[in-house]
Design a protein around this ligand. Structure first.
Ligand SMILES: [Zn+2]
Length: 230
């Protein structure tokens, strides 16, 4: 099978390639986030989370293939395991468990779903790279625990010091993990874009195409960015 590397996958053939900021903004404004953050703080908060994710890339070795990555994780005493699917929640695609024996679990059902998506929509990709997508993401959560500190706590502290009200936003950890993964894998699109595409596929959108859906997101964001910057 001839594979295309994720680095050369052209998402723009499928949808507008919305950056991580826009996608995160969309997710966060839909949730209870706004109970603890004001709308006009959101763009800045997202930028800060992205910056922290990218900062964590510095001084990491280049881990260009799955074997190197797994060896690197094992050296850090992280257990890596692959299971067919999550026992109870099919939405869980990968997991990190902290503690005395840190462990990353990847569910193959997720790899198969992504593999199918690329094959049908764009081009066949190497499943090994799809494992890497999850591994880098979960590794970031490990680094939060043992090295760089939890992103949600760091940002909460920063924002408190800058007289903003108390914030409790677990999603900033995900935003940082996505930024880290994208940078480590040198991708031109955010892994969160892929998540959006996969979940769009699952919903019944009879009247609206994927492209329209993404254009709507983009427009909404531009309008909101205008409001928040004025
Ligand atoms: Zn995560």
């Amino acid at each position: 099978m001839k594979y295309i590397s994720l680095r050369f996958i052209k998402m723009e053939q499928l949808c507008p390639v919305l950056p991580l900021e826009v996608l995160s903004f969309q997710e966060m404004k839909n949730e209870q986030t706004l109970e603890s953050v004001q709308m006009d703080q959101l763009p800045e908060l997202i930028q800060d989370a992205i910056r922290m994710g990218k900062l964590a890339v510095e001084r990491r070795p280049t881990l260009a293939n799955l074997t190197d990555l797994i060896n690197h994780l094992l050296k850090q005493k992280i257990q890596v395991r692959f299971l067919d699917r999550h026992p109870t929640d099919q939405h869980v695609r990968a997991q990190y468990q902290t503690g005395k024996h840190p462990c990353i679990t990847i569910y193959r059902s997720s790899i198969q779903q992504m593999e199918r998506f690329f094959r049908q929509q764009l081009a066949p990709v190497d499943p090994k790279e799809l494992y890497m997508l999850h591994l880098f993401h979960e590794w970031f959560h490990h680094l939060e625990e043992v090295e760089i500190g939890r992103i949600d706590r760091k940002l909460a502290k920063q924002y408190r010091q800058r007289r903003f009200q108390r914030i409790v936003i677990p999603q900033v950890r995900e935003i940082a993990a996505h930024a880290f993964t994208q940078q480590m894998m040198n991708l031109s699109w955010s892994p969160l874009l892929l998540d959006h595409l996969l979940s769009f596929q699952k919903q019944p959108h009879s009247s609206i195409s994927l492209r329209e859906h993404f254009h709507q997101l983009k427009d909404e964001f531009s309008k909101m960015a205008e409001v928040t910057s004025s």
